[in-house]
Design a protein around this ligand. Structure first.
Ligand code: ADP
Ligand code: MG
Length: 449
């Protein structure tokens, strides 16, 4: 192992840049030794979009009639979406307060200009369980260290989504105004990315003296109860419920877990996110926003075109694409599209021949569970990637996510801002992008001139 590589790994391990691999052995989180270089203009453009997208998604999340209508056909074939829709408040919600820790993910396309400019294209706007506020901070610190040592030539853009998230969580919990209340973190067990979650817990306690209780939905079913509308976990009031699970069907092994989710939703605990916000993050909603009349309903007039420019084509399977039925168009050019079900967490999308095979045998009744998205042709640059202590130089693609923080009462925004970034860099021949799923490496941003 080279001296540079061992110095980078020492720093990573010493600074909690860690995860469990698929065999649940402790390892450093995969990271890049080549920061992602963007122009100051592009950086400014992407970060200024965060509050715009947050505000838009808040309107969608609060529009129960729109959500029900938009997801009705999907719910007929997708039990998970149907169950979530069933949790939307029937009348007034138990609390009008909600928190959103969003992440707006972009790939960069060549703008086709002689100066080699790049334009951001949205992969998706994530509304639940956005991971890596801590690990993305730590990888930025790793790159700072390597730049001080002269190993890296550029110094990364400062980045601390962990501190931003924790400070906002503390402010939200204070709004609940109940002494000695805690934060409930809904988790999966086991969890490969536990250190990223623990960092939130430790910092909230260290800086704000607020305790976090980690539980799966099944554990919440066993240990939780409602009292005067408050959510009590082993007798302690949960002012804020922060979902780092609950986005996947496997998080609900049976009725007990669904009952726990129902109890959370019907309590006055502030949700991060609310079930409406979780549903607003469905890929079906992203597809509908691609229609100008629907986008107009939720986007402000002065940001409409800015938002729209980040979209690639998104279609329902019964749409037509340039006059050809969508399924036929995708089967004719499988390299041009990605087929996506209403799922989060990576590894669910279908590409190429697999997509074609699935589409050609899919019964019509199931088509509403999916959307088709045009494939983003991201720019490819060389990067040195380090996975389980082995480094490799590869043509690669970087995906930039902007964290956003939003706190609202009804449609009134109390807080709405950008809170830093996540960069994931992966080999250019990889379709998917998750870090814990083993596809991508954590990275930082550098500004070029
Ligand atoms: P998930 O909710 O599972 O994270 P995403 O829609 O974010 O699903 O897709 C997972 C990964 O697949 C992304 O991080 C990205 O790397 C890749 N991907 C998704 N959509 C596209 C697309 N339209 N073009 C190219 N790559 C894509
Ligand atoms: Mg994603």
């Amino acid at each position: 192992m080279s001296k540079h590589l061992s110095e980078a790994i020492d720093f990573a391990v010493s600074n909690s840049l860690l995860k469990f691999n698929t065999r649940y052995e402790l390892t450093h989180a995969p990271f890049s030794l080549t920061p992602c270089s963007v122009s100051p203009d592009l950086h400014q453009q992407i970060s200024s979009l965060t509050p715009v997208f947050n505000a838009m998604w808040l309107k969608i999340a609060n529009d129960t009639a729109f959500l029900k209508n938009a997801l009705e056909k999907t719910a007929r074939t997708d039990d998970f979406i149907r169950n979530l829709l069933g949790l939307l408040p029937k009348g007034l919600p138990a609390t009008s307060l909600q928190m959103l820790l969003s992440r707006n993910d972009f790939l960069l396309e060549d703008a086709g200009t002689p100066s080699g400019q790049m334009k951001p294209k949205q992969v998706e706007f994530n509304t639940i369980s956005n991971s890596f506020p801590s690990l993305s901070r730590q990888v930025t610190l790793l790159h700072h260290y390597l730049s001080h040592k002269g190993i890296l030539q550029c110094s990364p853009v400062a980045n601390d989504p962990l501190e931003e998230a924790v400070d906002s969580m503390a402010a939200v919990i204070k709004t609940y105004d109940y002494p000695d209340s805690c934060m409930l973190m809904v988790v999966q067990k086991p969890e490969q990315n536990i250190f990223d979650q623990r960092a939130v817990e430790y910092r909230l306690l260290e800086k704000h003296r607020i305790l976090t209780i980690r539980m799966t939905l099944d554990e919440i079913a066993e240990n939780g109860q409602l009292s005067d509308g408050h959510l009590l976990i082993n007798g302690q009031k949960a002012a804020l419920t922060y979902f780092r699970a609950g986005y996947a069907p496997a998080d609900y092994p049976g009725t007990a877990a669904w009952k726990a989710r129902e109890m959370i939703e019907s309590s006055s605990s502030i949700k991060c996110p609310s079930v409406g916000m979780q549903l607003a993050g469905a890929k079906k909603i992203q597809q509908l926003l691609c229609k100008p009349d629907i986008l107009r309903r939720f986007a402000e007039e002065d940001s409409f075109s800015q938002v729209q420019e980040t979209f690639v084509g998104l279609y329902a399977l019964d749409d037509t694409i340039e006059g050809v039925p969508a399924v036929e168009a995708a089967c004719q050019s499988p390299g041009r599209f990605v087929l996506k079900p209403q799922r989060e967490g990576g590894g669910n999308n279908l590409y190429g021949d697999e997509m074609k095979a699935s589409l050609s045998t899919m019964p019509e009744s199931e088509q509403h569970a999916y959307i088709l998205m045009e494939r983003i042709e991201a720019v490819v640059t060389p990067a040195e990637l380090v996975v389980e202590s082995v480094s490799e130089k590869l043509p690669s693609i970087s995906e930039i996510g902007r964290y956003g923080i939003c706190f609202a009462e009804g449609n009134r925004l109390i807080e709405n801002r950008d809170a830093g970034y996540l960069v994931r860099t992966k080999s250019a021949d990889m379709d998917e992008g998750g870090v814990c799923a083993g596809y991508a490496c954590l990275n930082s941003l550098c500004l070029n001139d």
